[in-house]
Write a protein that binds this ligand. Structure first.
Ligand code: AQP
Length: 328
């Protein structure tokens, strides 16, 4: 039995990469583990958001968590900003962090590139993420490959704190799946699928219609050869579709490569689209039943209460170790 924590930003509807790389594993890890999942809305505001849109995204994400299979009887689901301990421990973790190590984070470099004024929150996002994880004595963090560096920083900050102030934090391990950890853009398969991609053909969102899914997969960038084989470097488009197909069909990449020998990209793409539609269809149907229900608010209210009970104990321990506040 492991303690699991992870989160997703309500910056838009989660995409296929978020689902295959992370959220799908959130569901399977519920078996035999203690899971806590979060809607990390304080992370979302590291870049400006429209208030009305982020409200809608928060509710959509809550409904999608449940639609994907998060069971509130087994797991805690809550909104980050509704448990103030995150911001409080986030500040403490900022004080433990060094500017240099934060500036070296790839995501910070990518997201600040070309900007004349960079929000400070973009730089201090990783210490807040460290706080999210450390508050719950987390042992395992299911994430996509792009979060590996932030996870390493979390471990370093926790160890640095423990070495200086005593054993307060559990040191977490990442859980990165062998297939699907880095789903690539359909338009430019050398870069990862991303919510913020301005090319709408690049990203499949988990609530896309079947028509859109088929259109996006049929239009996915591939190559001039007519051979279906797995080669991430030379055939990034086909390899990405093979990864997606493999997870959505439950068949191994090797099995698929053998099955599609001598077949054209057209037939292959039609079958990939069908597998993706088949995976997302039940999620969309459950989402439609949940989005207007009062069940969502009940789950989030209870989730915030249960999360707070755990989080405030760790926060108190950290504050006591540092000697801040009045220690009773
Ligand atoms: N392309 C991806 N393939 C596999 N996993 C991915 N994740 C993100 N993109 C991929 C994983 O999804 C979880 C939630 O991500 P997030 O909401 O924190 O967003 P993000 O990592 O910043 O990536 P996005 O969704 O593409 O947003 P933008 O465009 O804002 O950068 C994480 O576990 C992440 O690893």
């Amino acid at each position: 039995m492991a303690k699991i924590f992870s989160g997703v930003q309500p910056t838009s509807i989660p995409h296929l990469g978020n689902y295959l790389g992370a959220m799908r594993n959130f569901v399977t890890l519920q078996d035999g583990n203690e899971c806590i999942y979060c809607i990390v809305d304080e992370h979302a505001i590291t870049l400006p958001q429209d208030p009305g849109e982020i409200q809608r995204n928060i509710r959509n994400l809550a409904a999608l968590y449940l639609a994907m299979g998060i069971d509130p009887k087994r797991s805690i689901l809550f909104i980050q900003s509704e448990v103030p301990c995150h911001a409080q421990l986030g500040w403490i973790m900022q004080c433990v962090s060094y500017m240099g190590e934060l500036e070296r984070m790839t995501q910070f470099k990518d997201k600040s590139k070309g900007k004349t004024s960079v929000p400070a929150g973009l730089l201090t996002y990783p210490p807040l993420m460290a706080a999210d994880i450390l508050l719950y004595n987390t042992e395992l963090v299911p994430v996509g490959a792009d979060q590996k560096q932030h996870l390493e920083l979390t471990r370093n900050l926790a160890e640095r704190f423990n070495n200086k102030y005593g054993d307060v934090f559990v040191i977490p391990e990442p859980y990165i799946p062998p297939v699907g950890a880095r789903i690539m853009s359909l338009a430019e398969p050398e870069k990862k699928m991303s919510k913020s991609d301005t090319n709408r053909k690049a990203t499949i969102f988990t609530l896309d219609s079947e028509k859109d899914i088929i259109k996006k997969i049929k239009g996915a960038t591939t190559d001039d050869e007519a051979e279906i084989r797995y080669d991430r470097e030379k055939k990034p488009g086909i390899s990405n579709l093979l990864d997606i197909f493999s997870i959505c069909s439950g068949r191994s990449v090797e099995e698929l490569v053998n099955a599609y020998q001598g077949k054209g990209y057209g037939e292959f793409k039609t079958d990939v689209a069908e597998a993706v539609s088949g995976t997302l269809r039940p999620i969309r149907e459950r989402y439609n039943n949940l989005i207007e229900s009062s069940e969502l608010d009940e789950v989030l209210d209870e989730g915030a209460e249960r999360a707070y009970d755990i989080a405030q104990q760790t926060l108190k321990k950290a504050e006591k170790a540092l000697g801040i506040g009045r220690i009773s």
